[in-house]
Design a protein around this ligand. Structure first.
Ligand SMILES: *Cc1c(COP(=O)(O)O)cnc(C)c1O
Length: 380
């Protein structure tokens, strides 16, 4: 009998998505102009409450064009959490600037504002907080830090569409924000990205950078070196359709997280993800830690193998950037080190129902116990 396979994530594609995509195809506007592009940017701006939204090829180009528009140049230093996906650091490197890595908080796994302050130098120009797994960073201390030192803030919101911090939307908490629309994110356009900002000058600069640097008032006149970082109308058609159902998708992610917490929160030896009181997390990936793996990382890896044999896919936490040969740097990253080796993400598709989550949680407890990775109950 073929067991059901549970992927960590899957794109939510339905008949409405197909209709939008085919409509763009049938219109003949398949390249980087068309009504869906305009509609997608407008709808995304409304969704985040930003004045401007500009669609682009992917989340990494979104970060890159934001950094260029902010004026990031060789010699500059930018604060980046060490615990993130590599694109955050890579985008800084594309500008010839240096990502300076910052350790994370114990509970949210996001950039630690106190540690960010300690990492400042006279070359620091900005901060890229990453709202990891859908939980917003503690932005007020970071904004305060930025204000006191004249730094800009670029939110890496690749994993947090629709999240809120103190009743403010992710995407409006810094000078500019970058979202990813990759196939495994909260919503997708296949590959895709989008930036949001309230700053008209930044929006204008990003528009130019995205379109080969062309002078907006003079066709085929290129006063600067730009990029082709445009999105297609086909992708934007998918984006419009996905945005129409984003509230439902986020509610489903939160429901899945709620069910996992019901099943797992009381299990000693497992460390649950938090949702701080002043935030609304979208729980893009339901991620947790195996306490015993802090000292014995092989337990986490063995647990993942055994779950995979049951058809349950999981994902290990990111390797912190300071452990990568290309981003190797000195510093105290002990929280990230501990968290990275003990964490994993569970299947988090919005299509999961309560029985699925119960089943996955049950298998997780079973294998963790069999591995001796959970503390024995007292009295046994
Ligand atoms: C996915 C992701 C990106 C990059 O997005 P792409 O669309 O894959 O280029 C950047 N930062 C974080 C935190 C991500 O998760």
């Amino acid at each position: 009998m073929q067991e059901r396979f549970y992927p960590v994530t899957e794109p939510h594609l339905d008949e409405q998505d197909r209709r939008h995509l085919m409509d763009a195809f049938d219109s003949g506007w398949i390249s980087s102009q068309g009504a869906y592009l305009e509609a997608f940017e407008e709808l995304f701006a409304v969704f985040t409450g930003s004045r401007f939204a500009l669609a682009t090829c992917n989340g990494t180009t979104a970060l890159h064009m934001a950094l260029l528009a902010l004026g990031t140049k060789p010699g500059d230093q930018v604060l980046v959490p060490t615990f993130t996906y590599v694109a955050t650091a890579n985008a800084v490197t594309y500008c010839g600037a240096e990502p300076v890595l910052v350790d994370c908080e114990e509970d949210t796994w996001n950039m630690d504002p106190a540690r960010a302050e300690a990492a400042l130098t006279d070359r620091t120009v900005g901060i890229i907080p990453v709202h990891l797994y859908g939980h917003p960073c503690d932005m007020d201390p970071l904004r305060d830090l930025a204000e006191r030192h004249g730094l800009w803030i670029l939110e890496d919101a690749a994993e947090a569409h629709g999240a809120r911090y103190r009743d403010r939307n992710v995407g409006t908490l810094g000078d500019v924000a970058a979202f990813s629309l990759f196939g495994n994110k909260v919503i997708t356009t296949g590959e895709g990205g989008i930036v949001t900002t309230d700053d008209e000058r930044l929006a204008e600069r990003m528009r130019r950078i995205r379109g080969q640097g062309m002078d907006p008032k003079r066709r085929y006149w290129f006063p600067e070196v730009g990029y082709n970082y445009r999105m297609t109308n086909l992708a934007a058609a998918l984006g419009v359709s996905q945005l129409k159902k984003i509230d439902r998708l986020i509610a489903a992610h939160r429901q899945v997280a709620h069910w996992y917490l019901q099943e797992l929160a009381e299990v000693p030896g497992l460390v649950m993800p938090v949702e701080r009181e002043d935030v609304h997390s979208v729980f893009w990936l339901f991620s947790l830690r195996l306490r015993a793996a802090e000292d014995r990382p092989e337990l986490r890896d063995e647990l993942m193998w055994r779950l995979l044999e049951d058809g349950i896919d999981t994902r290990p936490f990111f390797h912190p950037m300071h452990t990568m040969p290309v981003y190797d740097q000195d510093g105290d990253f002990r929280v990230a080190d501990r968290i990275a080796r003990s964490g994993l993400s569970l299947p988090s598709s919005p299509r999961l129902d309560h029985d699925d989550v119960r089943h996955i949680a049950g298998r997780l407890i079973h294998h963790a116990e069999a591995l001796g990775a959970l503390p024995r109950p007292a009295g046994l």
